[in-house]
Ligand binder design. Structure first.
Ligand SMILES: C[S@@+](CC[C@H](N)C(=O)[O-])C[C@H]1O[C@@H](n2cnc3c(N)ncnc32)[C@H](O)[C@@H]1O
Length: 221
């Protein structure tokens, strides 16, 4: 079977030694770069995978609160999907400082996580354990989103527990407090999640919006 165009392009770019940008995929689980938004699929990106669980064969096994295995300023981007809610509220500053530390001066993060404000709406209506949608790992209820995927935790994967949550306003505040120069976020109400881009340093509102448009799934922008 012929490899897809993006893969052939990436292999070719690697062979001719053309620019290859590095993205650190934190809390990757079993996902790989193909699951990231289209902006990362142009053949110029190479992925390093980071997770606390060795089961998903990451390049780095470790806690995102201490990513000392990843040198300062070594990454062009960091991608984190449904992962930042896995640390306690008081640990969020440390996690975000680690995210910022590994970025190059012109680097940026793409962060997506549950929109707890939206989930709270379902819970306030008494829908706690009704499936909201069906995922590859089974049905997902508001309780799963608030506290972590119950069936995974039951199987002993306690690191799947959710220890904190974010609204658009709160994640913006915490990115600012962690020293990110610029950030831009949105609520994806149908997906019940938040999407943020945050740049390590100040780049201006126009530039952060341009990065946002390129690296957030196109159907959301
Ligand atoms: C809900 S899964 C998300 C997987 C993938 N990013 C996705 O969107 O499908 C959360 C992932 O975060 C990882 N994780 C949880 N706590 C972590 C920590 N403190 N440091 C690094 N990874 C962690 C888990 O092992 C798991 O793979």
């Amino acid at each position: 079977m012929t490899a897809p165009v993006w893969l052939r392009t990436r292999q070719w770019l690697r062979r001719v030694g053309t620019v290859v940008k590095k993205v650190l995929h934190v809390g990757c689980g079993t996902a790989t770069i193909e699951r990231m938004p289209e902006g990362f699929q142009d053949g110029s990106w190479t992925e390093s995978r980071y997770d606390i669980s060795p089961d998903c064969n990451p390049d780095f096994v470790g806690d995102m609160l201490d990513m000392s295995a990843v040198p300062d300023g070594s990454m062009d981007a960091l991608y984190s999907s449904h992962n930042v809610e896995h640390v306690f509220f008081h640990e969020v500053p440390q996690m975000l400082r680690e995210f910022r530390r590994v970025l190059k001066d012109d680097g940026f993060c793409v962060i997506t996580c549950p929109d707890i404000q939206e989930i709270a709406r379902f819970m306030a209506e008494g829908q706690l354990d009704d499936p909201l949608y069906h995922s590859p790992i089974g049905p997902i209820s508001p309780l799963d989103i608030m506290y972590g995927h119950s069936a995974s935790i039951e199987r002993g994967r306690v690191y799947m527990a959710h220890k904190t949550g974010f609204s658009l306003k709160l994640l913006a505040k915490r990115l600012g407090q962690a020293g990110f120069g610029q950030y831009h976020g949105m609520r994806n109400r149908p997906g019940r999640d938040l999407w943020f881009v945050a740049t390590k340093n100040e780049v201006g509102q126009e530039m952060v919006k341009r990065i946002f448009e390129k690296y957030i799934p196109s159907e959301l922008t």
